[in-house]
Write a protein that binds this ligand. Structure first.
Ligand code: SF4
Ligand code: SF4
Length: 440
């Protein structure tokens, strides 16, 4: 059946590892004694602090305000006392301002929060305001502020809202569980997103390896005007925005363009659930479902975790095996290897993966096998791009569309010479971004 389903050109089929955690129901992870909440958890400007050491805070209280339009506020995930404001390492290896809060164990919400409200009369702008105030960002790991996504310029019209339930990254099962356990929350959040953006139809894309989620979500959208569910072929990176648009709508996002240039908007199913919370419950984004899994842990799990919880606590609870070699935040294809277990769970932490095999650091020259070209879903020539960047020819890399790379990692995955293609491409993109910002 997989062969008849819609998909995109290119891609790969890595072992999916999802059996380890796919049957683990979502459980609440205990709130820690202290949370470490970075003021930068999203793509865009860092937040400006709204609290100082010694302040008492309530659960859901805004502790950092958005530093610009492309930014998202952050909120306290516990009630308690701010015991430090300090720079701490983040997942990118840099240091970011972090609010450290001692949990009083009372979970005292701000007045009026976490209460069901009738939102049927809200207009698009009112929904967007609640999305901004809730600090909602892309929950699939991209962490792009959602209110920016749902506010395209007036000349761009979005006819289709796509909800991404693909979760194509191997090992991760947080979205699968959420679709199985909270379908109403997802579908209602999706309807609010649709109203906010003014789209006339919505499609929820789910890969064929999640038949139960497909069934559950299909039930939940029955009778919901404008919405349908589509089963997609299992292939990585089926969940990347451009590939999802191609598969579902047969539309190409132009080189250098955004989904809105193809009349579409893509949001993750977890983001839709968070939008429901922010709009209907007046509950900001202070917790998320995170998969903790891999051959290196004894008890894989899908936990609902408070933002700011150190990953060390998750790993202690899951039990790290002696043969564990590598820890990745996110999935094995796009996630980042980490060594600092004191890093906290943030809004974009979809998974903590513990592997028993570390990658071999040595690599060889390109043997021109063409596998990276065949697999690249962005129609690039990754082998060539990596060599061009190695030679420092950044302008040429731009001409060869390096900026269209979606950093899916397929090229590095298939390369028999184990060339660090993705690292070189990221380096090239970062250098071009630096030049752009210098040029103003
Ligand atoms: S060049 Fe970029 S888009 Fe193409 S396979 Fe490599 S990481 Fe993916
Ligand atoms: S997969 Fe590796 S060896 Fe093959 S062409 Fe691409 S970079 Fe060269």
């Amino acid at each position: 059946m997989n062969g008849k389903l819609k998909t995109f050109v290119g891609g790969v089929h890595p072992p999916d590892g999802k059996a380890l955690s796919k049957d683990c129901a979502i459980e609440k992870f205990p709130a820690p004694e202290k949370v470490y909440i970075p003021l930068t958890q999203h793509i865009g400007a860092p937040c400006k602090p709204l609290v100082a050491k010694g302040d008492e805070v309530k659960m859901g209280q805004m502790i950092g305000e958005a530093g610009g339009f492309v930014s998202a506020p952050v909120h306290s995930s516990v009630s308690g006392k701010v015991v430090a404001m300090e720079k701490r390492p983040n997942i990118f290896g840099l240091k970011s301002d972090t609010v450290v809060i001692e949990n009083d164990g009372q979970d005292t919400w701000c007045d009026g929060m976490n209460q069901h409200q009738d939102v049927s009369g809200l207009n698009a702008d009112e929904i967007k305001n609640r999305i901004v105030n809730g600090g909602i960002v892309g929950m699939g790991g991209a962490t792009f502020p959602t209110h920016v996504k749902v506010s395209p310029p007036p000349e761009k019209s979005i006819d289709t809202l796509i909800l991404n339930g693909v979760e194509c990254e191997p090992y991760l099962t947080a979205d699968d569980r959420l679709m199985l356990e909270e379908p109403e929350r997802i579908v209602k959040g999706a309807q609010l997103l649709m109203k906010a953006v003014g789209a006339r139809r919505g499609i929820i894309g789910i890969e064929a390896n999640k038949p139960e989620a497909f069934k559950t979500i299909s039930e939940a959208v029955k009778g919901v005007e404008g919405w349908s569910v589509e089963m997609l072929r299992v292939k990585y990176p089926q969940g990347a925005e451009k590939q999802l648009i191609k598969a579902l709508l047969d539309r190409e996002v132009p080189s250098g363009g955004l989904p809105m240039d193809a009349g579409a908007l893509v949001n993750n199913v977890g983001t839709a659930a968070a939008v429901f919370d922010a709009v209907v419950l007046n509950k900001p984004l202070i917790e998320r479902v995170t998969t903790v899994t891999g051959e290196g842990v004894e008890r894989p799990a899908n936990w609902l975790v408070r933002v700011g919880t150190p990953i060390r606590l998750l790993l202690e609870e899951a039990g790290v095996r002696p043969e564990a070699k590598k820890i990745i935040l996110g999935g094995p294809m796009m996630g980042l290897a980490e060594f600092d277990l004191d890093l906290p769970v943030i809004k974009g932490t979809s998974g903590v993966l513990v592997l028993t095999e570390a990658a071999d650091g040595d690599y060889e020259n390109c043997i021109r096998c063409g596998r990276c070209v065949e697999g690249c879903p962005a129609y690039l020539i990754p082998s060539e791009l990596s060599i061009i960047v190695e030679a420092g020819e950044f302008d040429m890399a731009k001409e060869r569309n390096i900026l269209d790379c979606i950093e899916c990692g397929v090229c590095a995955y298939v390369c028999p010479a184990r060339r660090p293609i993705i690292h070189l491409i990221k380096l090239g993109k970062a250098e071009l971004a630096k030049r752009r910002s210098k040029a103003g």
